[in-house]
Design a protein. Structure first.
Length: 401
């Protein structure tokens, strides 16, 4: 008997009809002789709506109370799905995150899972019940409710699959797999049969928007086999697994990330320690910096530019403004009108021609590159936001069409 963990996202359970659809999917897996644990997210836009509700009353509500509120979205979903399965007539039980044994670190709002005590879950599975678990939530050492950060139900599902040594963790969503590019604007985008954990990590963090980043990290660490599938259509999805089993294609995907802002420090003193001063200060405030360029110094001055997420921009600017004088910077400029466009592929290591080919595609499309960064499995460029989709199409055509 196999143990399958299935996860259904908010759009897959957004209304009664979709909940019934999920119920029949779950029952199908159960009737095939598997033990089934299901993790669900809050219905549709519930989490956003709850955040709005809180803001109406107190825009500065404590993170603890926000977690008490936000965790309710997933509790609605688990009970409704359990009722739907009861209606079909199979044994089922819903459990909150804490009933299912999720223990998290103390932080509210973005807690990491410390461990899962699976005794209750195993007892329920021994009784051949379908177990429905609320994603995105746990309990910290103060016995307070915590949530795992937006999109965190994926991570709940992978953590459960790891803790229960499940045979597979199936992530059901409104897309039917991982694509070579966003199919909404790249007509020639193709679904990938499989990707490696490292590739998926890059694709996830570069804006492919299919899986929560942390869930892929965890799947890699505990070697959980992931399948990304459609909750609506019955088609093969994409498997995320060990690299050796993955077809070695030079470039697997092209992504676009609009959640970037560029900051430029102009005319910083050109002496040792300035870059250190800037980036250690940002790191101390947990602001991660992505692409970086520093110009060659002229007349004892240099420019340093880098990108941060849009969310981190105000704080980064505030901190830098304070340090402006000790940096000797004349001006701090910033813009949100930029996007990061990247190519990802494990087979790209040591392949000299890839970057040139990418830049050629952009040149042919008359798109200017303002920053470049490379790693073993990806190359990223920063372009004007208005050019981003065109850039993705041009690069995709060059490598993958
Ligand atoms: N409902 C939560 C959110 O929207 C968690 C999730 O969907 O995974 O962020
Ligand atoms: Mg959601």
């Amino acid at each position: 008997m196999d143990l399958i963990v299935q996860k259904y996202g908010g759009t897959s359970v957004r209304d009664a009809e979709r909940v019934m659809n999920v119920a029949s999917r779950v029952v199908e897996a159960y009737d095939a002789g598997n033990n089934v644990v299901v993790v669900v997210s809050a219905q549709g836009d519930t989490t956003d709506d709850l955040i709005e509700k809180a803001k109406e009353i107190n825009p500065n509500a404590s993170k603890r109370e926000m977690d008490v509120l936000l965790s309710t979205g997933e509790q609605i979903s688990i009970s409704l799905l359990a009722m739907a399965i009861e209606k079909i007539g199979r044994p089922v039980i819903s459990l909150t995150g804490w009933q299912a044994g999720f223990k998290t670190e103390a932080t509210y709002g973005n807690a990491r899972i410390d461990r899962i005590s699976v005794d209750r879950l195993e007892k329920e599975l021994d009784k051949r019940r379908i177990v429905i678990v609320a994603g995105f939530q746990g309990l910290n050492k103060y016995d307070d409710i915590t949530t795992l950060g937006r999109g965190g139900s994926d991570t709940s599902a992978v953590a459960l699959a790891a803790a229960l040594h499940a045979d597979v963790c199936e992530i059901y969503t409104d897309v039917d797999g991982v694509y070579t590019a966003d199919p909404r604007f790249v007509k020639t985008a193709r679904k990938l049969d499989d990707v490696s954990y490292d590739e998926m990590l890059e694709l996830a963090s570069l804006g492919a928007n299919v899986l929560h980043n942390r869930s892929v990290e965890m799947a890699k660490k505990y070697n959980v086999k992931l399948a990304v599938k459609s909750s609506l259509e019955k088609v093969e999805g994409t498997f995320v697994k060990e690299v050796s089993q993955v077809e070695k294609m030079l470039v697997r995907g092209v992504t676009r990330d609009n959640d970037v802002a560029r900051i430029s420090l102009c005319d910083v003193d050109d002496n040792p320690g300035k870059a250190f001063q800037v980036f250690s200060m940002l790191a101390k405030h947990k602001i991660s910096v992505d692409l970086i360029i520093q110009s060659i110094g002229k007349e004892s001055k240099k420019d340093i530019s880098f990108t941060v997420t849009e969310e981190a921009l105000p704080e980064a600017l505030e901190l830098l403004e304070k340090d402006k004088d000790t940096l000797g910077a004349r001006e701090i400029k910033w813009t949100k009108d930029v996007s990061k466009v990247s190519i990802v592929g494990a087979g790209m290591v040591n392949n000299a021609g890839v970057a040139a080919k990418m830049f050629e595609a952009l040149y042919d499309a008359h798109i200017n590159i303002s920053m470049i960064a490379t790693s073993e499995i990806k190359i990223s460029v920063l372009v004007d936001r208005k050019d981003a989709e065109k850039a993705v199409v041009a690069i995709h055509d060059k490598f993958l069409a």
